[in-house]
Design a protein around this ligand. Structure first.
Ligand SMILES: C[S@@+](CC[C@H](N)C(=O)[O-])C[C@H]1O[C@@H](n2cnc3c(N)ncnc32)[C@H](O)[C@@H]1O
Length: 194
């Protein structure tokens, strides 16, 4: 199935259906936003083990139904910011904004999950550049990585993070949970700003 990226990254009813109406679906149109998602796994099992600097905001780009974002909020309170085109459940710390319209702010943590590396690679790459630019020393970025993601984005993400003075870790450095393979978190890049 093919989609035009520009149709998926603006606030239209078609884009809403694409990102929010797939609950219960499987296969390539199922997005990552439930209790069996990467975000939920990362925030439950990895985030508590990360040394997040005490200043700066903690952001999730692409908060969707806030299943994972609410974990971030419960850990960091008012420092947490979720960004999405929609906030259907009215989470108090989500701003409804297009990632392309975000102003620069200091970040100590950023989970990049706006759009999808397959369907919206330009948005994903823009989000990564935003996070690279705004993350404070010691701050941490988590984003999907691995060969398939590199192909979709047409860049080598590991090289990009290393060139921007980040140390790269993976989930295995923090947990040996066996659910990793099923939900695809084994390729997530956990990048720490030196
Ligand atoms: C894969 S879902 C995020 C899942 C969520 N992080 C979780 O763990 O449940 C991707 C989200 O990106 C949002 N999105 C798509 N284009 C966007 C844009 N241009 N700006 C902000 N959010 C966008 C969609 O509305 C969707 O909710």
């Amino acid at each position: 199935m093919e989609f035009d990226e520009s149709a998926l990254i603006s606030k239209t009813s078609e884009a809403f259906d694409f990102w929010f109406s797939d609950v219960g679906q499987y296969g390539e149109l199922k997005h990552n936003h439930g209790y069996n998602s990467k975000g939920y796994f990362l925030f439950t099992h990895i985030l508590p083990k990360l040394a997040i600097p005490s200043n700066g905001h903690v952001m999730q780009m692409g908060s969707n139904f806030c299943v994972s974002f609410d974990i971030l909020y419960r850990m960091f309170g008012d420092r947490a910011i979720g960004v999405d085109l929609w906030n259907p459940l009215e989470h108090p710390k989500v701003i409804e904004k297009n990632i392309y319209d975000l102003h620069d702010i200091n970040l100590s943590f950023c989970h990049i999950d706006a759009g999808d590396f397959k369907w919206t690679p330009n948005l994903r790459l823009y989000s990564i550049h935003y996070a690279l630019r705004n993350t404070l020393k010691g701050g941490i970025i988590i984003t999907a990585g691995g060969n398939y993601v590199n192909e979709c984005l047409q860049v080598n993400l590991n090289e990009m993070f290393l060139k921007n003075d980040y140390t790269i870790k993976s989930c295995k450095d923090y947990t040996d949970k066996t659910v990793l393979d099923e939900i695809g978190v084994q390729h997530e890049i956990i990048a720490i700003k030196n």
